[in-house]
Write a protein that binds this ligand. Structure first.
Ligand SMILES: *[C@@H]1O[C@H](CO)[C@@H](O)[C@H](O)[C@H]1NC(C)=O
Ligand SMILES: *[C@@H]1O[C@H](CO)[C@@H](O)[C@H](O)[C@H]1NC(C)=O
Ligand SMILES: *[C@@H]1O[C@H](CO)[C@@H](O)[C@H](O)[C@H]1NC(C)=O
Ligand SMILES: *[C@@H]1O[C@H](CO)[C@@H](O)[C@H](O)[C@H]1NC(C)=O
Ligand SMILES: *[C@@H]1O[C@H](CO)[C@@H](O)[C@H](O)[C@H]1NC(C)=O
Ligand SMILES: *[C@@H]1O[C@H](CO)[C@@H](O)[C@H](O)[C@H]1NC(C)=O
Ligand SMILES: *[C@@H]1O[C@H](CO)[C@@H](O)[C@H](O)[C@H]1NC(C)=O
Ligand SMILES: *[C@@H]1O[C@H](CO)[C@@H](O)[C@H](O)[C@H]1NC(C)=O
Length: 385
């Protein structure tokens, strides 16, 4: 999978990648501040424009880099803005704090790749505030504990991104036992309009609670852990929630709509396999639109799951596609209503329309059953992939 990902990145860059020189021209790069040589080594070091605060470069620090962290730190002392691409791969460095002065990276259709640095503990890019790149990839670690981008606030597509890019492809999967993501980092990532957060894996670092960040059943704007709304919940206070770092579960209520979730914008579950929004046993639920919910994250393909609510919901094509589009879901797997995704609900509704004259409950049941079987089969095929 990692191999595939890299090959994809390389292919994407060579197939769609324009001439690097042209990109530097579009960005008005100063030739004196341009370092096109890719691998930084003791031989190429002399050509690095150490006095420039903006450097245009395809910078690659890798196993050929025969320089110490101190040498690198003094090389990058002035560099605040990097235009081009940044690769730190296969090194033995413990951090990349030699790039701590870096504030912005602008890649156009190019990438930031920080892969396979198996001694790295933290990146330590303390001054980094903005990234505008097509890809940002962090994989293959053993000791990484934190991302260490405490000031990263803006992640967007660059003005010169490829027309094929719909969003910044983030792939953060260090696969290191000690690795955790802070709730602040997740909030930055999930609230960035241009970012696909489906490729972020890890667990949350245990946060410090405060007035603004609490654990259910306390209610405040940012909630760490799952929120379970049940028959005995007081609905009024839930309007203060803005983001849940866990799942939203609504189970066994007489609620008819979600209007009480007035301010909820994001639900970001990191626990493996757990859906982000689970709505179960609400027989009176008729409207499934959320007033402000924009984005949900879960590594379960069934991110948003409705089961055993009002039967009529399982036939409501517009409600299903509406919710899917509100949440920016691009896969076919979500949301589901009693196991059926929007496309199956559409098929069922079309079938029903066609057969209105000779309405027959028995064969409708059979159709739903067959659809569910096909869907379950597709799901298992996909999960096995
Ligand atoms: C890139 O573009 C520049 C200017 O348009 C041209 O001089 C150069 O030969 C091109 N390089 C490649 C590798 O195509
Ligand atoms: C730069 O490093 C890459 C990755 O190890 C390697 O494939 C490439 O040959 C190197 N280029 C030069 C000019 O040394
Ligand atoms: C980071 O930014 C602060 C504030 O602008 C500055 O004082 C500090 O020197 C910068 N750090 C580095 C490593 O350049
Ligand atoms: C839902 O409404 C029914 C009928 O009014 C009532 O019997 C039941 O207790 C209600 N359930 C909840 C969870 O409020
Ligand atoms: C919903 O409540 C029912 C009955 O208490 C329980 O069996 C079920 O596991 C709950 N569902 C979720 C998703 O928590
Ligand atoms: C459903 O709920 C949404 C959001 O709360 C609201 O904007 C919409 O008007 C409701 N639709 C109906 C038919 O009541
Ligand atoms: C489902 O919709 C039908 C037709 O619009 C309506 O007669 C029925 O009462 C609805 N069922 C529920 C449980 O709301
Ligand atoms: C629903 O099904 C109809 C008939 O097959 C099709 O024309 C329509 O495009 C489908 N809607 C969506 C959103 O896929």
């Amino acid at each position: 999978m990692i191999g595939q990902c890299l090959v994809f990145l390389l292919l994407a860059e060579s197939a769609f990648g324009e001439n690097l020189t042209k990109f530097f021209q579009k960005k008005n790069c100063d030739p004196k501040c341009t370092f096109e040589t890719q691998n930084l080594t003791s031989h190429s070091l002399a050509f690095f424009p150490t006095d420039c605060s903006t450097v245009c470069t395809h910078l690659s620090i890798n196993e050929h880099t025969d320089l110490t962290e101190a040498q690198l730190a003094s090389t990058f002392l002035s560099m605040k803005r990097l235009i081009g691409s940044l690769t730190v791969m296969d090194t033995k460095f413990k951090s990349i704090s030699f790039l701590a002065g870096l504030e912005a990276v602008e890649c156009g259709q190019y990438s930031i790749v920080l892969d396979f640095n198996n001694q790295m503990i933290e990146f330590g890019l303390t001054n980094l505030t903005s990234i505008s790149c097509s890809n940002f990839e962090i994989i293959g670690y053993k000791k990484l504990r934190n991302l260490g981008f405490p000031n990263l606030k803006s992640i967007t597509l660059d003005e010169f991104s490829s027309p094929f890019d719909e969003f910044v492809r983030l792939y953060i999967d260090p696969d290191s036992i000690d690795f955790c993501i802070t709730v602040e980092e997740m909030e930055t990532l999930i609230s960035a309009e241009d970012v696909n957060v489906d490729g972020i894996y890890g667990k949350y670092c245990t946060p410090t609670t405060s007035e603004n960040l609490c654990t259910f059943p306390e209610i405040c704007p940012k909630i760490f852990g799952d929120v379970e709304v049940g028959s005995s919940s007081s609905i009024d206070s839930l309007k203060f929630m803005e983001i849940i770092f866990g799942s939203l579960i609504i189970n066994g209520t007489n609620l008819t709509n979600f209007n009480f979730l007035e301010n909820l914008k994001y639900v970001a579950q990191l626990t493996k396999g757990k859906s982000a929004v689970i709505v179960q046993n609400n027989p009176l639920l008729l409207n499934v639109s959320f007033p402000k919910l924009k984005r949900v994250r879960s590594d379960n393909l069934h991110t948003v799951v409705f089961t055993k609510n009002n039967r009529n919901l399982s036939l409501d094509v517009n409600a299903c596609f509406g919710l899917r589009s509100d949440l920016g879901i691009t896969t076919h797997w979500s949301p589901t209503f009693d196991g059926e995704n929007c496309y199956l609900i559409n098929d069922t509704a079309n079938w029903l329309k066609k057969n209105k004259a000779s309405s027959n409950q028995g064969s409708l049941g059979l159709l739903i059953f067959i659809s569910a079987l096909i869907f379950a089969d597709l799901t298992s095929t996909f999960s096995g992939f």
